[in-house]
Ligand binder design. Structure first.
Ligand code: AMP
Ligand code: GLY
Length: 411
């Protein structure tokens, strides 16, 4: 198989690596990739030349990493040109790109999720919000790159945020007011051809900037896999969440194919959906795919050839931890051009916001890279990663010390 991966983050680096371990992968290209991914794989700038490239390089499959190109219609466009694509259609991706679409579908099919109401105008904001206990969650409808969610602790604050969101973030699309769910969060991925599915191991992201889950929300500061505490819920999640959603998508005429990301809250009443994404998670992929024992080419082919019924996912009995190194200041304005000292690292390094300057790797983004350790248990994987970080220069970079230490219990 000759594959083209679209995207430029740590997730795409891990995806390329998974293809790289397959005996059935003859060529791997990443577009645009980044200077760190380019240490391992060929990165190409394509922009609107994707179809031409696929033809000239005899690409067998395009794997789309992030959600934006899917929302822009790229998976549909490439399929129309006869190219096999690992990604859902634009219509199916509404499970992520429209929170209102996802919520309506869940409520209609009794999929456990938080109670919600749409707010379309500033005038109705105050009265709708008072129907929810505090704190109340506000989400801008439409893609907002993780910046569209605010948890408000007073009605005054909630009303103000809601009005700002209506004006700035999403214009006419509206704001979702949502009941705040108490519990612990976990991510699960379903590989599906629209009809059949296989779920992966559970993984856990750490979204806040600082230790003990404090500070602002980020794109993810680290992750670990597997999450054993979530295993007792797997059957229930498949039966009560995944199966009704996949069947609803088929009924609507837009079967979901590719990978469906279930962002879940494990509550006292059982697992509930916080959000769906139409792609793999970042940084969850950096800890999930290194544990995949099955051939990744076969996994992806099962999706594009509609043969997931025959697929069996096999996993190593190890644990993985990823710690993200971010530029100081992130998620606000941050410094760029920090010199990186990772080329000799003994653990895996998956690169995100990096570029090359004077023949050296330097930072160019907020989340710069993740250091990934794999060992027989979580504690040993943690030790590996933190030992690696201590042994290298990381001036100007910040990271959490507590990835993998979270206690997943319901108080
Ligand atoms: P989202 O972009 O929907 O993943 O939301 C970002 C983060 O906000 C989630 O990972 C949760 O930590 C938090 N969050 C979102 N919705 C809720 C909710 N209904 N209750 C509690 N926390 C939430
Ligand atoms: N890990 C969160 C996300 O990928 O959206």
């Amino acid at each position: 198989m000759r594959v083209l991966i679209l995207g430029s983050g740590g997730r795409e680096h891990a995806i390329a690596d998974a293809f790289g371990r397959s005996a059935n992968c003859e060529a791997i290209f990443v577009s645009p990739g980044n200077a760190g991914i380019a240490l391992d794989f060929e990165c190409v700038e394509l922009q609107d030349r994707i179809v031409e490239f696929c033809r000239s390089q005899a690409i067998d499959m395009v794997f789309i990493g992030p959600e934006q190109p899917i929302e822009a219609g790229l998976s549909d466009f490439l399929r129309d040109k006869g190219i096999k694509v690992f990604a859902p259609s634009r219509a199916a991706a509404r499970l992520e790109t429209s929170k209102a679409f996802a919520k309506e579908l869940m409520i209609r099919h009794s999929v456990p999720t938080s109670r919600y109401q749409m707010i379309h105008s500033s005038e109705e904001a105050a009265s709708v919000l008072r129907k929810f206990p505090l704190p109340v969650v506000l989400k801008a409808d439409g893609l907002a790159a993780g910046k569209g969610v605010v948890i408000a602790h007073s009605y005054e604050e909630a009303t103000k945020i809601c009005q700002d969101m209506l004006q700035q973030v999403c214009g006419a699309k509206g704001v979702l007011a949502e009941e705040f769910l108490k519990g612990w969060e976990v991510s699960l991925f379903a590989i599906t051809d629209g009809r059949d599915y296989q779920t992966t191991l559970f993984a856990q992201d750490h979204k806040q900037l600082y230790d003990n889950d404090r500070g602002p929300n980020t794109g993810g500061m680290g992750a670990f896999c597997p999450v054993w505490e979530a295993e007792p819920y797997r059957k229930q999640i498949e039966r009560d969440i995944l199966e009704p959603v996949l069947s609803a998508m088929r009924e609507q005429g837009c079967p979901y194919t590719g990978v469906l990301y279930l962002g879940l809250m494990i509550t006292r009443e059982g697992p509930k959906v916080i959000e769906f994404n139409c792609r793999f998670g970042d940084p969850e992929t950096q800890v999930l795919l290194p544990l995949l024992r099955s051939d990744f080419v076969e996994v992806c082919k099962a999706v594009t050839d509609q043969e997931v019924a025959k697929l069996k996912l096999e996993w190593e009995e190890n644990s993985c931890v990823a710690v993200v190194l971010a530029a100081e200041g992130y998620p606000g304005p941050y410094q760029k051009g920090i010199r990186l000292d990772t080329e000799k690292a003994l653990t895996k390094v998956y690169y995100a916001g990096v570029s090359r300057q004077d023949n050296r790797l330097v930072s160019s983004g907020g989340r710069v890279l993740s250091i990934v350790g794999k060992a027989t248990d979580l504690q040993s994987a943690r030790e590996l990663v933190y030992r690696q970080i201590s042994s290298m220069a990381h001036n100007g970079l910040i990271y959490r010390q507590d990835i993998g230490l979270r206690k997943n219990t319901l108080e």
